[in-house]
Design a protein around this ligand. Structure first.
Ligand code: TYD
Ligand code: MG
Length: 453
């Protein structure tokens, strides 16, 4: 029996250190190292067989480059983020906050896939009764789904081998326990080892495995970077727990485009895809109010109209507050500096709160112009012109930079009844768009002046 070693592994990145330290030497996170014991790999006979078979070396031109066959999951919005459907032998991680709908979505997907494939739902979290109750609520066909309530990895692997399902859901990776590692379920080494074992099974047997991963308080799946490297596809649930809309975003996808967004509504009968979501992120209060600006953002392959709200008000206290929900907080400081220097509007002595309506997260810099105009509108207590949409990235010298797919964004806005758009001059449409007056600007100051009315 080989000697058991004690190491300290980081809860954020999974990196190991021989000694305890306050800061992880791999990723720089503080207070994330915990003690774990590991047996050296040679102690485990399974490791030896994994390295036994060598693959032949071949020329790239000899490789058959076929499109991988995809099986649609039967849920259109999920297929959109997956790049068309599930691929044989793929490992897909679905992350998200507790209660956001991970189990619901996967049970719906499994029962629909179950019409043509053998599917297995492994739950380490809920009892078979609880799952049956959910299935009856969702009105899915329970006869199509095989169920296993288990947390021991070795038992799960044996079942996967015996049953040979084509698709399996593991709910959740944090509840699993493998004897290969001695630490507790949910620890980085357990999560990593279980995911690695399941990945090998998926590749060997061709079973598509969907893993559920919980998100920690800090907003990361336990051992996130480790898991993201292991799996083929990473999907995250986004959205505000108080709104009924849920978004699923592909963070990484070896079989499709990353950053694609699927939109769902949570109903009493489970998650329903929203096939035309462009208008759902506009607040229902349509009378023009100060501090509100409609942005056309491009999420994956679709343009979305999202209302950006700002509240700018006199700060009381030494440090004005800056808070951005759904938008990038760091970019806010930069935009405030540019607004002062290049458009002469000072907000340094003001509290600034920003919100993207509907719980959608906007990462693209094309939101800059909307953020700035919403702030200016709130500061002046003056609504922006009626039926206006904007998009554009703002540079440090006050220039408004072009964004990708400007035409599509404008067309979508026109379709939804908007009649004016402030856009970067390089995004000026070549042909006029019906019913849309386009104000093309080179510099931030022009946009701010236009909105003065
Ligand atoms: P669930 O899928 O259990 O979340 P997760 O697996 O991500 O933790 O979702 C549970 C939530 O969804 C719960 O708050 C109840 C709600 N829900 C509905 O609104 N309608 C439904 O049909 C179902 C099954 C759940
Ligand atoms: Mg669940």
């Amino acid at each position: 029996m080989a000697r058991i070693k004690t190491v300290y592994s980081c809860g954020e990145c999974g990196g190991q250190s021989p000694k305890w330290q306050g800061q992880c030497p791999h990723c720089g996170a503080w207070n994330t190292l915990t003690e774990t014991t590991v047996a050296p790999p040679s102690a485990n006979p399974r490791f030896q067989t994994w390295t036994a078979a060598a693959s032949p070396v071949q020329r790239l031109s000899e490789v058959q480059a076929e499109e991988l066959p995809r099986t649609p999951s039967g849920i259109d919005e999920l297929d959109r983020v997956l790049g068309g459907g599930i691929v044989r032998g793929a490992v897909i991680l679905l992350g998200g906050d507790p209660g956001i709908g991970k189990s619901t979505l996967l049970l719906q997907a499994l029962s629909s896939l179950g019409a043509t494939k053998k599917v297995l739902y492994v739950s380490g979290e809920e009892s078979p009764q609880q799952i049956a109750l959910r299935a009856s609520r969702l009105a899915v066909d329970p006869g199509r789904v095989h169920l296993l309530a288990e947390i021991r990895m070795e038992a799960i692997l044996a079942t996967l081998q015996a049953e040979a399902p084509e698709v399996a859901v593991i709910d959740s990776i944090q509840t699993l326990y493998t004897e290969a590692v001695t630490s507790a379920p949910g620890s980085v080494s357990q999560v990593r080892e279980c995911a690695a074992q399941l990945t090998r099974v998926a590749k060997q047997s061709g079973t598509t495995i969907l893993l559920v991963g919980h998100v920690t308080k800090e907003g990361a799946i336990a051992g996130p970077r480790v898991l993201e490297h292991i799996v083929d596809t990473v999907l995250y649930f986004e959205g505000d727990a108080h709104s009924s809309y849920r978004m699923v975003r592909a963070i990484k996808n070896r079989f499709g485009a990353a950053n694609e967004l699927g939109v769902f509504a949570m109903t009493e009968r489970g998650l329903k895809g929203v096939s035309n979501p462009s208008a759902i992120f506009l607040s229902s209060y349509r009378d023009d109010v100060p501090g509100s600006c409609v942005l056309v953002t491009q999420e994956g392959s679709r343009p979305l109209l999202v209302e950006v709200q700002a509240l700018v008000d006199d700060a009381h206290g030494f440090q004005p507050k800056r808070l951005a929900v759904g938008l990038e907080q760091n970019r806010l400081a930069m935009l405030m500096a540019v607004l002062h220097r290049h458009a002469g509007v000072a907000v340094f002595d003001q509290d600034v709160f920003l919100n993207a309506v509907g719980g959608v997260k906007i990462g693209e810099p094309a939101a800059d112009l909307a953020v700035v105009l919403a702030m200016v509108s709130s500061l002046r207590d003056q609504p922006l012109p009626d039926k206006l949409v904007v998009f554009g990235e703002i540079g440090l010298s006050g220039e408004v930079r072009p964004v990708a797919r400007g035409q599509e964004r404008l067309k979508e806005a026109a379709k939804l009844g908007f009649t004016r758009a402030i856009v970067p001059s390089a995004n000026r449409p070549r042909q006029p768009i019906d019913g849309m007056e386009v104000i093309a600007v080179e510099r931030l100051a022009e946009a701010v002046d236009y909105c003065r009315g």
